[in-house]
Ligand binder design. Structure first.
Ligand code: AR6
Length: 170
């Protein structure tokens, strides 16, 4: 069983074996969580992202996939970069959002990570409604077959925290 913990705050201040980044397929950084992780984690993360681009992901990391790098100066061993789907009102992309959580946990298992911190993937720049994103995140982590012992959702603001808490019945 994986324990699910909620924290309100900045994911770059979290300590965990692996911190998940809400990246984009370029793997070359951006705003939101991605910008914060690269700023606080330092240049070693970007250097590994560039190398991954060159070696494996010339066309970019596909949506719903995940890949790990060093965590640089963060209080973690790895950053797991995943690419969330952009919200669409006309197309159901929830399978891709679920895939972000499943693939991140699969990568965490490969690494031997026991504790993993997730942001609310796709709920910022990618505009996914928080309530629906929280449902998908919680359902997918609960259903995952993983050796990860603790998943912490790190929610930036009170409203996001309360939405996740509601999903967990807390
Ligand atoms: N710690 C925890 N949560 C945060 C932090 C933080 N430091 N900063 C923002 N959030 P977003 P996306 C919340 O936009 O929607 C980037 O440019 C934020 O309030 O970071 O998946 C990438 O490069 C929101 O609830 O990720 C991509 O181009 C959630 O984290 C694109 O944004 C996710 O917001 C990805 O968009």
């Amino acid at each position: 069983m994986t324990t699910i913990t909620l924290v309100q705050g900045d994911i770059t201040r979290q300590s965990a074996d692996a911190i998940v980044n809400a990246a984009n397929s370029s793997l070359l950084g951006g705003g939101g969580v991605d910008g914060a992780i690269h700023r606080r984690g330092g240049p070693a993360i970007l250097a590994e992202c560039r190398a991954l681009r060159a070696s494996h992901y010339g066309k970019g990391l596909p949506t719903g996939r995940a890949v790990a790098t060093t965590a640089g100066d963060l209080d973690a061993r790895w950053v797991i970069h995943t690419v969330g789907p952009v919200w669409s009102a006309t197309e159901d992309r929830s399978g891709l959002l679920a895939s972000c959580y499943r693939e991140s946990l699969r990568v965490a298992d490969e690494l031997g990570a026991r504790t993993v911190a997730f942001p609310a993937v796709s709920t910022g720049v990618y505009r996914w409604p928080m309530h629906d994103a929280a449902r998908i995140a919680v359902e997918t982590v609960r259903a995952a077959e993983t050796g990860v012992e603790e998943v912490t959702f790190v929610l930036f603001d009170r409203q996001a925290y309360d939405t996740f808490a509601g999903q967990l019945g807390r």
